[in-house]
Design a protein around this ligand. Structure first.
Ligand SMILES: Nc1ncnc2c1ncn2[C@@H]1O[C@H](COP(=O)(O)OP(=O)(O)OP(=O)(O)O)[C@@H](O)[C@H]1O
Length: 554
């Protein structure tokens, strides 16, 4: 773990100001603490000598009040800095992931890990616990680090002026604390990484079980997952307990070292006071100043363990944000990115509703042979159907036109499109939410679109109408209703090009007929490219692209 990672200030510039404010407050707090040592010593001496207490009382009271205000200020700024950095990193991660083309989301990583199992759980952990773990790193650890860099030096400088023998003892012992802290840090590094890995495994496993729960229940296998999750949780618990044990032990070690060092200063001062070779004011000030050289370093040690997860997460998050747009495996010797260079999808180059695919080749990352070779297509307003045997690359072609995959060679030119996939996204929320994902719409437009797809009667019959809630993945709707709903969403989209991937799959004959009519009407005003196995839809088509099974077996 690096003491400070300046990349965080570059990635989330909003953090600069609060971090600078925290550093400033930390320094002022240090000065106030040292001044308190002087004020307290003079107050005690004034009490012992029976002299006027007004000045020392006012100074001591004022300094304590100032420290309380500074403490509250520091907590507030720290909480804000933590929240800013966590939100900023989360936004950056989501933006980076959504910018990344599909080819890079599903590519096998360098360690040869399976494409999704690790990537998805890692992404989940990074975006949730990962970004939250960075909060204590910024809000607690960084300010502690600034104090540790400034306050001990100030305390020692004051000690040199007040009583150089005490300063010599402090200088002779204080370096042991960072040394111990660094040694402990090196030991805990591996543990932190293990714990972080266990947390990622736990999240990934839990996510997979949740997603597969209906299937597991259907096959009577759900109970077995309890043991597996229990086992993964125990691994995480053991790793956490090991970290906590180390944290307590290292805090105790630093505490002991600091206490012994202050005790040496106190004994030396006590001996000189007893022999009368030292003034009481000087002696008391030295005893009160000495701990100030140690506590900021002890605090860094204490904050280190709560920040260690944050530092590990920060490393992963920044690596994720810095990762090139194309995987390393796809770069040539000069570090150029042939995949990116060949990314020839242009938007708005041609007419606003014409899709042109010229000599496109595409191979899925990791696949042994090409899925598409030399594909040619020009689709203008009207209905173009794409047919071909299963696995010949129809979906892949739509993804290339939509720009979520990029061709290895050739050219794709298309305006922004609306893509209806085979498993369209229907999120948990109201019907209205799902229809207005692309942007706000008037209620009468929503009803009009529902009427077009023949769903208005069904929705009107629901108790909450458009505000009826559905579950994740359209839970609560039949397959036919889901297909009609996503088609209504396509009608509401302003895109001039609509891509439909087997919208009639899994629906009954009635729904398929209705959907076929809607697609036909849609094609009167827009460019519709539909992948289909339905002869009705093929019969309606203005153009037909028949793809062949690729020749190279995978
Ligand atoms: N992410 C991927 N990684 C590797 N290979 C893939 C990936 N997605 C699809 N493929 C492979 O690419 C080929 C074309 O897939 P695609 O989904 O485009 O076919 P399709 O013609 O739409 O099939 P279907 O009619 O069954 O939907 C298939 O052999 C498939 O196994």
């Amino acid at each position: 773990m690096r003491p400070f990672d300046p990349r965080i200030l570059r990635v989330v510039p909003d953090t600069r100001r609060p971090v600078a404010a925290l550093a400033g407050i930390g320094i002022v707090q240090g000065i106030a603490t040292i001044a308190t040592a002087f004020a307290l010593a003079s107050l005690v001496v004034a009490v012992v000598r029976g002299s006027d207490l007004t000045g020392p009382v006012l100074w001591t009271g004022g300094l304590f009040a100032a420290r309380a205000v500074l403490g509250a200020l520091s907590e507030t700024v720290a909480a804000r800095a933590g929240a800013t950095v966590a939100t900023g990193l989360r936004e950056q991660l989501l933006a980076a992931w959504s910018r990344r083309p599909t080819d890079q989301r599903d590519v096998t990583d360098e360690a040869g890990e399976p494409p999704f199992a690790r990537g998805r759980s890692r992404a989940l952990t990074l975006a949730t616990q990962g970004t939250s773990a960075v909060e204590p790193y910024v809000a607690k650890y960084l300010p502690a680090l600034v104090s540790a860099a400034v306050v001990p030096a100030l305390a020692i400088a004051c000690l040199v002026i007040v009583d150089w023998p005490s300063a010599a003892i402090v200088v002779g012992t204080v370096w042991l604390l960072p040394l111990f802290a660094a040694l402990i840090g090196a030991t805990t590094q591996e543990d932190t990484e293990r714990r972080w890995g266990a947390l990622t495994d736990l999240s990934g496993h839990f996510l997979d079980v949740m997603r597969g729960l209906p299937t597991l229940v259907a096959y009577g296998r759900a109970e077995r997952q309890v043991d597996t999750i229990g086992e993964v949780s125990q691994r995480h618990r053991r790793a956490t307990m090991r970290t906590l044990r180390l944290a307590f032990m290292s805090a105790a070690a630093l505490e002991l070292l600091a206490t012994i060092s202050v005790a040496i200063v106190a004994v030396a001062v006590g001996l000189r006071l007893t022999h009368g070779s030292m003034d009481l004011l000087v002696g008391l000030t030295a005893i009160l100043l000495a701990p100030e050289a140690y506590w900021p370093i002890r605090r860094v040690g204490a904050e280190f363990h709560s920040a260690a997860d944050g530092a590990a997460a920060l490393d992963d998050i920044l690596a994720e944000l810095d990762s090139p747009h194309c995987p390393t495996a796809m770069r040539d010797e000069e570090g150029e990115d042939p995949h990116c260079r060949r990314a020839m999808r242009s938007e708005g180059g041609g007419a606003e509703d014409v899709v042109t695919v010229t000599g496109v080749d595409y191979t899925h990352p990791g696949a042994k042979g090409a899925t598409l070779t030399g594909v040619e297509l020009v689709a203008g307003p009207g209905l173009t159907v794409v047919t071909g045997p299963s696995g010949c690359g129809k979906t892949t072609l739509l993804e290339l036109v939509a720009g979520i995959r990029r061709p290895d060679s050739g050219r794709v030119s298309a305006p922004p499109v609306h893509l209806v996939t085979q498993r369209p996204f229907l999120g948990a929320g109201t019907l209205r939410d799902n229809l207005t994902i692309g942007g706000p719409q008037e209620s009468h437009d929503l009803w009009e679109a529902l009427r077009e797809v023949g769903l208005d009667g069904t929705v009107a019959g629901l108790p909450d109408g458009l505000d009826t809630r559905i579950g994740d993945d359209g839970f609560g709707l039949s397959a036919g209703q889901r297909a009609r709903l996503v088609l209504a969403r396509a009608l509401l989209s302003p895109a001039t090009v609509v891509l439909l991937d087997e919208v009639t799959a899994h629906v009954d004959a009635d729904s398929a007929a209705t959907i076929g009519e809607v697609v036909g009407r849609l094609a009167r005003t827009r460019t519709v490219i539909a992948v289909t196995h339905q002869s009705d839809l093929v019969a309606r088509a203005d153009a037909h692209l028949a793809l062949r099974q690729p020749e190279v077996a995978r």
